[in-house]
Design a protein around this ligand. Structure first.
Ligand SMILES: NC(=O)c1ccc[n+]([C@@H]2O[C@H](COP(=O)([O-])OP(=O)(O)OC[C@H]3O[C@@H](n4cnc5c(N)ncnc54)[C@H](OP(=O)(O)O)[C@@H]3O)[C@@H](O)[C@H]2O)c1
Length: 260
């Protein structure tokens, strides 16, 4: 056991569980957050038994306006010294912008953008003061283009990458880093939650384990961006995308996010 605790949001989901296992397997403590108490308690029991580390859990809806403050306060009162902040919780939502409800969109913005930003804002000063700490913000390859039929989700992830990259630059020369992880489609709960299961975009979804490893290792090395989880033909597509006409790319994305 040691005090290199990783705070992992969305720890009960596909990618989050992998981060939790990776960190605990190295003998480190974890502080796990998601909405669902039962899922957190089950993961806590599993990790404690397997790795003999301390597993703190907090069930909280991260779309709440004061969620980040409550998380930070909990860490303070429980004396959890967070060394790694893995902002992983997030969700998408398929549908035309004009058809999706205000509630759906505001909740997505709250989790993917507002709470993520507030958690960085709350923990980063402590990291700088202490002179150590790393942050991994889970973005998406969706950050690289506008995404018709998931307009809001793509915009939230563009924000996450942009914010992470700018702070990465601001903290150069310190022992701190902020890495953006941009996965492609993965076989997690995301497709079902976001209504994306029956789309061409998820036809070649990959398991989250290797993506988590790439992101985790990238965070440890202080990398700027990590793109992971792409199939062999998606990699050159991603390289070419900035060179392709934007209208063509958006039409392609729209087709790939339509129901088959
Ligand atoms: N899967 C993909 O294809 C893909 C691709 C690129 C990027 N990503 C990103 O990867 C990250 C992890 O997603 P995933 O694929 O692992 O999806 P997932 O299996 O659906 O897991 C999502 C996790 O986030 C938690 N969460 C969602 N809303 C929450 C809220 N309001 N409050 C607290 N916790 C909440 C969930 O907990 P509860 O179940 O308790 O709500 C769950 O633990 C997300 O940021 C996602 O945008 C995913």
């Amino acid at each position: 056991m040691n005090n290199k605790t990783a705070l992992i949001t969305g720890a009960t989901g596909g990618l989050g569980r992998e981060f939790a296992h990776l960190h605990a397997a190295k003998g480190n403590d974890v502080f796990l957050i998601s909405k669902t108490q039962t899922a957190l308690a089950a993961l806590q029991a599993e990790l404690t038994a397997t790795y003999q580390v301390s597993v703190h859990i907090l069930a909280i809806d991260l779309s709440q306006v004061d969620a980040a403050e409550k998380v930070y306060e909990y860490a303070q009162t429980q004396n959890i010294e967070v060394e790694y902040l893995i902002n992983n919780a997030g969700f998408g939502g398929r549908g035309e912008f004009a058809q999706r409800t205000m509630e759906q969109d505001v909740s997505m913005l709250a989790v993917n953008v507002v709470t993520l930003t507030k958690l960085v804002k709350l923990f980063l000063p402590d990291f700088l003061h202490r002179g150590s700490g790393r942050i991994l913000n889970v973005s998406s390859t969706a950050a690289l283009t506008p995404g018709p039929l998931q307009a809001e989700y793509y915009a939230t992830k563009a924000y996450v990458t942009s914010l992470s990259n700018a702070i990465w630059q601001e903290v150069q020369g310190t022992n701190i880093s902020v890495t953006a992880l941009m996965p492609g489609a993965m076989t997690t709960g995301f497709a079902a939650t976001s209504g994306m299961g029956d789309t061409a975009l998820f036809a070649n979804a990959v398991p989250p384990k290797a993506v988590a490893e790439a992101g985790y290792n990238g965070m440890m090395k202080g990398k700027l961006n990590v793109i992971a989880g792409l199939t062999f033909w998606q990699k050159p597509m991603m390289m070419l995308m900035p060179l392709m006409p934007k209208k063509m790319v958006m039409k392609l994305i729209q087709q790939m996010q339509s129901i088959k």
